[in-house]
Ligand binder design. Structure first.
Ligand SMILES: [Zn+2]
Length: 454
């Protein structure tokens, strides 16, 4: 069926809407599309220029960065090549928690910034801020990389996503219109995936006919398996699938590709800095979003040779409201040598090795995404770190590390009731206040662990 609205949206509605709102995402998109063919030398020069800009800005406008640079006798003018950034220390989540006000640029008040919090894969809910330009322009990065799936502006897409805290909330009519008629994006809630709910996805997706489906790796895998088992003759035929937020296993990839008859493009990003790297259809590695972020792989804060695994550390060229310079994501990864055969010159990294988001199993058999529990801790300043472990189908153990000045534990009531709401009335939630939560054997600190097999 011909989607007559797609070209009309792409050439008129979409550009007109964002032009009228003074949003520069399309101009930005044109600019970054041009970087896909830059030579290594020119790309490095571009990165250096952007790095110098953000470092100079951070020095001038952030108390935190000015102090750490002065302490190290480092001046922004010392940044003459990309590796000179190694003179600065790594920014950790704990440092953000302890220096939030000093990190924010003196040119902004908190009210002028977008507040967000990340649970990530670590169980440390960290509050941070982004400026609006950063927020809007990073949409351009997503469009550039989403297009590699076969989707384009104007075409329909679907999201199978749990991280969108507003998925369940009542949306304004305006937001609904933007999502349906301008972005043309349909959102399916991945927090709770029951048999009925997944059948509902199928009915909806057969009607929407999305050109691309983007989702959590685990949610996509579970749903793809459901399709293969229950609706092998479904008519959902996207041009590509984008898997994000969690580790895409080779089994998961095979299940999704066979259920949807198209390629899965693996993506790596974070709420704090946006899109970091993503695959194209040749699947030879993840192209780093190098004109927007600078990625380093470190071991004990020292760079490792290309190809070796280490901690992923990212410098964001865009967030002037609260600069992220050498931010440690608590994910493990590696760089890949050589260029992709697709012809795009953005450098490659391997799939992220350590990252997970397990499903909890409810008493009624439905699967509840681990991210659901992370969200219960968003915006609770008393909690520094937490870990929720589902020991058996009815036993859930919660470990909490509180901040030193935490006095109030009233947040626990909401956490308990929302956990019971999802997992069932029989759920017994025990809470333990601890000083430290040790990482798992693989070195990852996980925020949710389910020991219940589905
Ligand atoms: Zn490629």
């Amino acid at each position: 069926m011909l989607d007559w609205y797609a070209p009309f949206n792409k050439h008129f509605i979409f550009p007109f809407y964002y032009w009228r709102n003074g949003d520069k995402r399309l101009a930005r998109l044109a600019e970054i599309e041009a970087s896909l063919t830059l030579s290594e030398e020119n790309l490095n020069a571009l990165q250096l220029k952007k790095m110098q800009t953000i470092v100079r800005y951070a020095y001038a406008h952030s108390v935190y960065y000015k102090k750490i640079m002065n302490d190290r006798h480092f001046h922004p003018n010392d940044l003459q090549k990309l590796s000179d950034i190694e003179a600065l220390p790594v920014l950790t989540k704990t440092l953000i928690q302890n220096n939030l006000n000093d990190l924010i640029s003196d040119e902004y008040t908190k009210d002028q910034l977008v507040q967000d919090a990340s649970g990530g894969s670590t169980g440390e809910p960290t509050i941070y801020y982004k400026d609006w330009d950063h927020h809007n322009l990073r949409r351009a990065d997503q469009i550039r990389h989403d297009r590699w799936s076969g989707w384009d502006i104007g075409k329909r897409s679907a999201l199978i996503w749990g991280a969108q805290r507003d998925l369940k909330a009542v949306r304004s009519i305006r937001e609904h219109i933007i999502s349906r008629y301008i972005e043309r994006r349909w959102e399916l809630d991945a927090f709770e995936m029951t048999h009925e709910k997944m059948n509902g996805y199928t009915r909806q997706l057969e009607k929407i006919k999305p050109s691309m489906i983007l989702g959590y790796a685990n949610a996509l895998t579970v749903y793809a398996q459901h399709l293969l088992d229950n609706s092998p003759n479904h008519t959902i035929r996207p041009e590509g699938i984008i898997s994000s937020a969690e580790t895409l296993t080779s089994t998961g990839r095979a299940i999704i590709e066979s259920a949807f008859h198209c390629k899965v493009l693996n993506r790596y990003g974070s709420r704090e800095v946006g899109l970091i790297a993503s695959e194209c259809k040749t699947q030879e590695g993840l192209h780093i979003n190098a004109d927007n972020v600078y990625v380093e792989i470190l071991k004990e804060e020292k760079p490792v040779p290309d190809g070796n695994s280490g901690d992923i550390v990212v410098t964001d060229f865009w967030n002037f409201g609260m600069p992220f310079i050498r931010y440690k994501l608590e994910d493990v990864g590696h760089m890949k040598l050589g260029l992709c055969s697709c012809g795009r010159s953005l450098p490659l990294m391997g799939a992220v090795e350590g990252r997970t988001g397990d499903f909890f199993i409810a008493k009624n058999g439905s699967m509840v995404h681990g991210e659901y529990f992370t969200h219960l801790f968003y915006g609770i300043p008393e909690v520094q770190k937490f870990q929720m472990i589902q020991e058996t189908i009815t036993d859930v153990h919660l470990k909490i590390v509180e901040t030193p000045d935490a006095k109030n534990r009233s947040y626990l009531d909401a956490v308990k009731s929302k956990t019971i709401e999802m997992l069932g009335e029989q759920t017994l939630l025990t809470t333990q206040f601890v000083k430290h939560i040790p990482p798992t054997a693989s070195g990852k600190s996980l925020f949710t662990i389910s020991k219940v097999k589905r």
